[in-house]
Write a protein that binds this ligand. Structure first.
Ligand SMILES: Cc1cc2nc3c(=O)[nH]c(=O)nc-3n(C[C@H](O)[C@H](O)[C@H](O)COP(=O)(O)OP(=O)(O)OC[C@H]3O[C@@H](n4cnc5c(N)ncnc54)[C@H](O)[C@@H]3O)c2cc1C
Length: 412
């Protein structure tokens, strides 16, 4: 096909949950929108497939809760160091319903919703280059031709190849995740709890610097994976796929697991540790903007939330260069910097073996862990007035003031 020009009010690059939600919201606002993805759907995405109540709430806000299967989970069970703690989802702003769904199906369902709302969806159509005029994006080069956008929302995921063309930089001196996932058949697939193991050992019994998860999917399978936190100074020295198979062996009998299938690994950006996330007429959202919770690796909810936030700004401002990073900092800054600072502790090899037994055993664990699960899930809002919420907010303000220079959607 020869090169042609096409005009759209809103171009969304990347059709994962963030981009599909943005295209859906933009189409609902009556904008002329095209959603581009280099892949064709359904496509797989390496993920734990878990949704905390925050994610379920975001789907409800977008009016697409029906994409979820019936399966619901009630909270988190943490295991390790001789203890286990059950932490139900708190009765707060986001409600108490979590869920899970394989990304191959979830993402396809969201793209379908965007299309139904009126967005054009161009699959197998990567954005490969960009043209600027007076600092604004005026052309997006694709195999189908050059698209002429009024506004651009960039949702191209962790590596953000299109974002890179716009100057997006990922700061790996801050905590990021490396993780692998698999699918295993299990008769316990309807178990209504997400499980996390914080004591992982290799075949020699040596403690490994990582954590494992089993997220039941309610479809005869569980998503089983493991991950570790890393920084460029202290890279996690683990082979995630090997650790995954050791972890699966460890829990196989308890869960009556079938063999690990479709094993894949990926990195996770975290806690806003990227710079240059906006320009005059463009904004980065979701993983491209490192909107992932550093304490639990959850990013679908932030992808959905930032999609709606970005679309709400279209037409209200003439230049997003400073206002978009400011909006992200307002919404997530303190919580992310605090979580990133706490997560950094986990990159010290000796931290978990020392802290784990105290946190997970006996009365201290029983008292602490429900609060920790609430913090890990970022399930605290400004409206919550209880002691844990107030303490978390105060700590967030203090740590943010102390770490003023940390990269947080900075403008360079
Ligand atoms: C191992 C692992 C486990 C995880 N577990 C969870 C979990 O349980 N719960 C949770 O909430 N989060 C989890 N996450 C994080 C979650 O997967 C991400 O936060 C989420 O996928 C972000 O969605 P997104 O739409 O921003 O990006 P993606 O889902 O990565 O979508 C980006 C899309 O952009 C497309 N694209 C890329 N470049 C271009 C281009 N140039 N042109 C056009 N299209 C392009 C890609 O094909 C892709 O479809 C996990 C991540 C990992 C790695």
């Amino acid at each position: 096909m020869g090169l042609v020009s096409m005009n759209f009010e809103c171009v969304v690059v990347g059709a994962g949950p963030s981009g599909a939600a943005a295209a859906l919201a933009a189409a609902r606002r009556g904008l002329d929108v095209v959603l581009l993805d280099g892949a064709t759907f359904p496509r797989d995405k390496t993920c734990g497939d878990g949704l905390t109540p925050r994610g379920v709430h975001a789907l409800r806000q977008l009016g697409i809760i029906d994409v979820l299967p019936e399966y619901r989970n009630n909270g988190l069970k943490l295991h390790g160091y001789g203890g286990s703690v059950t932490a139900p989802w708190p009765d707060g702003h986001y409600g108490q319903e979590g869920s899970a769904m394989p990304r191959e199906l979830f993402d396809d369902a969201l793209v379908h919703q965007a299309r139904t709302a009126g967005a054009q969806v161009w699959e197998g159509c990567p954005a490969t280059d960009v043209e600027f005029t007076d600092g604004r994006i005026t052309g997006i080069v694709t195999p189908q031709g050059v698209i002429r956008p009024k506004w651009v929302i960039v949702a191209d995921g962790v590596r953000s190849p299109f974002g890179k063309l716009l100057g997006r930089t990922w700061h790996k001196g801050e905590v990021y995740g490396i993780a692998a996932r698999s699918y295993c058949a299990s008769p316990l697939s309807d178990e209504p709890w997400m499980h996390s193991h914080v004591e992982l050992r290799d075949s020699e019994g040596e403690i490994q610097p990582g954590y494992g998860w089993i997220f039941p999917l309610g479809n005869g399978e569980v998503n089983l994976g493991c991950g570790a936190l890393s920084t460029s100074d202290r890279p996690a020295k683990i082979n995630t796929k090997k650790l995954l198979s050791q972890y699966a062996e460890h829990v196989r009998e308890e869960w009556d697991l079938g063999p690990e299938q479709r094993v894949t690994s990926a990195m996770l950006p975290m806690g806003g540790a990227v710079s240059n996330v906006a320009g005059a007429n463009w904004m980065l959202i979701g993983d491209a903007a490192a909107c992932v919770n550093p304490l639990n690796g959850e990013g679908i909810d932030y992808g959905l939330e930032t999609a709606q936030m970005a679309v709400n700004r279209l037409g209200t401002e003439s230049d997003f260069t400073l206002t978009w990073p400011f909006a992200l900092r307002e919404a997530y800054g303190e919580a992310f910097v605090l979580a990133r600072t706490a997560a950094r502790l986990l990159t010290y090899p000796k931290f978990l073996p020392l802290a784990g037994p105290v946190a997970l055993r006996g009365p201290v664990g029983a008292a602490l862990m429900p609060a920790a699960a609430r913090l890990m899930g970022n399930l605290i809002t400004d409206e919550d007035r209880d002691l844990i919420a107030r303490t978390w907010r105060t700590a967030g303000k203090a740590v943010s003031a102390f770490r003023r220079d940390t990269p947080l959607w900075s403008v360079e």
